[in-house]
Design a protein around this ligand. Sequence first.
Ligand SMILES: Cc1cc2nc3c(=O)[nH]c(=O)nc-3n(C[C@H](O)[C@H](O)[C@H](O)COP(=O)(O)OP(=O)(O)OC[C@H]3O[C@@H](n4cnc5c(N)ncnc54)[C@H](O)[C@@H]3O)c2cc1C
Length: 399
Amino acid sequence: MIVVGAGPVGLCLALVLAQQDVPVVVIETLGADNFLEQVPRAGTNHPATLELYDRIGLYGKIEPRGIMAPLFHYWDRREQKRIAEFDHRHLKDDTRFPYVLQCERIKIVEEALKLASTHPNIDVRLATTFTSFAQDAGGVTASVQDPAGETQLVRGAYLVGCEGARSIVRKDLGIAFEGFTYPDRTLNIEVAYDFRQHGYTERNYISDPDEWSNLFHWKGPPDRWRVHFPTEPHETEEALMRPAAMQARLQRFLPTGKAFDIVGSNLYVVHQRVAKKFRLGRAILAGDSAHVNSPIGAMGMNSGVHDAFNLAEKLGRVLRGEADDSVLDRYERQRRHVAVAHTQAQTIRNKRLLAEKDPAVRQKNHDELRRTAEDPKLARAFLLRSSLIESLREAEQIA
Ligand SMILES: Cc1cc2nc3c(=O)[nH]c(=O)nc-3n(C[C@H](O)[C@H](O)[C@H](O)COP(=O)(O)OP(=O)(O)OC[C@H]3O[C@@H](n4cnc5c(N)ncnc54)[C@H](O)[C@@H]3O)c2cc1C
């Protein structure tokens, strides 16, 4: 089996396959020297994902490096008031993990890479770049450039493209990446400052008609809080990222009168796209290569990891001769449905909710959030959706 990309999705896929005694080659362009120099990116791990990490021994590695957060908040920035508090403990009968784990992607891939590198069934090839592939009736041949710059061929029964949004596998297969890109980029500023003293919790979604925000807490040292802001399409990266401009933006968000200790920042473009197909013959897409979405709601990495577990179980059965490869079409039916009907729909709704400009609609949205959070039955239903448990249950019903 060939897995392209040692991101969270590729590494989870490799670990679940290896657990079933399937030999896997993982191709990763980053080397041991720069693997940890990636932007932290994703960080909220939902209960359903924690259960899956636990199956491959990853949960125990990342729990000490993260923050268990049973609560999350919606805030109204205009009013400087909390709108609603949701408590994952309403899910205590639905999951062994009634909280999210705030643990960044970089820590997850660091720990997963350690597990993969020491697993006898996994051959991790770092500093190796996948360039193209060809498939025939018996398998797939991938062309890769090894650390010395030489072209090597790698042979496997199937190839899974887990190499992110710019997937070469998807492009080589000519699969359309349907959807749209938001004109406004998101500015992410990380600061060492404890926002809990102002009533915030570990995870906060902040609505504002002019400048919505997200505010998340990550474990240090030093502990850091990530604040997301929308930006105007005409603003240049240079102007947006100037320290004085970022300080001014943070002071508008929370006027402390003292400069914030900015420990990191980056600007990113947000896409909402789903690949038209997740599989063509022996080449399969998973994670960001198959679907990308706004980070509001923390669904990209989580749903990608769910792809990996779903696919690994089916590939294992096919390789052991227990099922024919039409089960891989079920993978596409299940996970494409989740990508479109859950991840895309929910993240688009989340952004609309935070950025809503119409005062009457804002009021109605906030009243509804308040009502939902206060009613245990409604709160549980809301949390089953936001924590992706519902999407997994629904996918199970798809033949
Ligand atoms: C600011 C931000 C915050 C986010 N927050 C969240 C969150 O809280 N929760 C959440 O669920 N999601 C979040 N996301 C989304 C999340 O980061 C992605 O969905 C997730 O990382 C996708 O995982 P992946 O393994 O599919 O791809 P990636 O993480 O992109 O990994 C792809 C890997 O493939 C490698 N690669 C690429 N090309 C090649 C090649 N040609 N040859 C070999 N290797 C290659 C790359 O080096 C990389 O290691 C966030 C995203 C951003 C930008």
